[in-house]
Design a protein around this ligand. Structure first.
Ligand code: BTN
Length: 331
């Protein structure tokens, strides 16, 4: 018999304001009421708040605070063929774990969430602070089989989609700081690390990693990050439903990835870029290795490279780099 967990979770979700009878669940699953009670106990142990009433049955009163694969899968509305999700307690880096599993032949697409990472990485080899603190650490694994040149705007496109998702799901105003920072009120709440393996002029393996600060308290940041980092819970003043938001992130990433691969994104890219780009018209310094390029940001080109107008009035394009704002450190 396949696992009863999705059926029990779906039944609880469908009747979130009401009660689910143990007898009905037992009939649906073809098991005894005692077996249903045992499944419910398992969910309770995983952090679900479930009330029991003798005459009425079971009622979901609070979702688990941590990632729960069964709950995410039950809430997920879109699911590309073959998609699977793994939730780990701990790993070194979800990007590394996804790359290892791709190399071992796991069917893509899939996603890996870890409650904590011991060697999480950001761009340019920087460490990413990733203890078990209620934040989301997730990596998606794909096999796009596209020419590397086609992939250049991918990270920006995904970042824009995440901004749009957060703007729709919360009252917050996200911004995207080229090339991969999710910014709120001038502080960073998320970062993206896209890594690819190229084989015979094709992107064979693609890992899209996202660190999104959801529920960590302000006190959780190490001193050097305190001024620059923020979580969505700090901004909204209330903790977010981790599994609901994570489900929405997964749905949006899978959809945005498909649009990207189909080549059906240019128009939407321009609209979203206009809405969420925080750099346009700003005076910045672009760091390219050890070289510094001061200038004014004009925008990005079709390949996602940053266009910078330098002091001599010339426009330069930068496919990669690190941007520091020179004035008004609002973003
Ligand atoms: C950055 O802003 O420099 C990118 C940060 C990306 C962090 C995420 S957390 C999940 C995934 N696993 C990693 O090791 N890194 C990414």
């Amino acid at each position: 018999m396949s696992s009863p967990e999705p059926t029990v979770i779906r039944a609880l979700l469908a009747r979130q304001t009401g009660w689910v009878s143990g007898g009905d669940l037992a009939k649906k699953l073809g098991v005894t009421r005692v077996a249903v009670w045992q499944y419910i106990e398992k969910l309770r142990a995983a952090g679900f708040g479930i009330e029991t009433r003798r005459s009425s049955g079971y009622r979901l009163v609070s979702p688990p605070p941590d990632a729960h694969a069964g709950l995410i899968e039950a809430q997920l509305k879109i699911r590309p063929r073959g998609f699977s999700l793994t939730v780990l307690d701990e790993t070194d880096s979800t990007n590394d774990e996804a790359a290892r599993q791709l190399a071992a032949g796991r069917v893509a697409p899939f996603a890996i969430i870890a409650r904590r990472q011991t060697k999480a990485r950001g761009r340019l080899g920087r460490p990413w602070h990733a203890p078990a603190n209620g934040n989301l650490y997730i990596s998606f694994a794909f096999r796009p089989q596209l020419a590397p040149a086609r992939m250049t705007p991918f990270t920006l496109w995904m970042g824009l989609n995440l901004c749009e998702l957060i703007a729709n799901a919360t009252a917050l105003k996200p911004g995207l700081k080229w090339p991969n920072d999710l910014i709120f009120e001038g502080r960073k709440a998320g970062g993206i690390l896209t890594e690819a393996r190229v084989d015979a002029d094709q992107i064979r393996d693609l890992v899209f990693g996202l660190g999104l600060n959801l529920n960590s308290p302000a006190s959780a940041w190490p001193a050097d990050l305190g001024q620059r980092a923020v979580s969505l819970a700090e901004l909204t003043g209330a903790s977010l439903d981790f599994n609901r938001l994570t489900t929405a992130v997964i749905g949006r990433v899978l959809l945005a990835y498909q649009r990207f691969v189909d080549g059906d994104y240019a128009e939407n890219f321009a609209t979203l870029w206009h809405r969420y780009d925080v750099l346009r018209g700003r005076t910045v310094t672009l760091l390219e290795g050890t070289r510094r390029h001061p200038g004014t940001v004009l925008g990005v080109d079709d390949e996602g490279a940053l266009l910078l107008k330098t002091g001599r009035g010339r426009t330069h394009r930068f496919p990669a780099g690190e941007v520091t704002l020179e004035k008004n450190p609002a973003a």
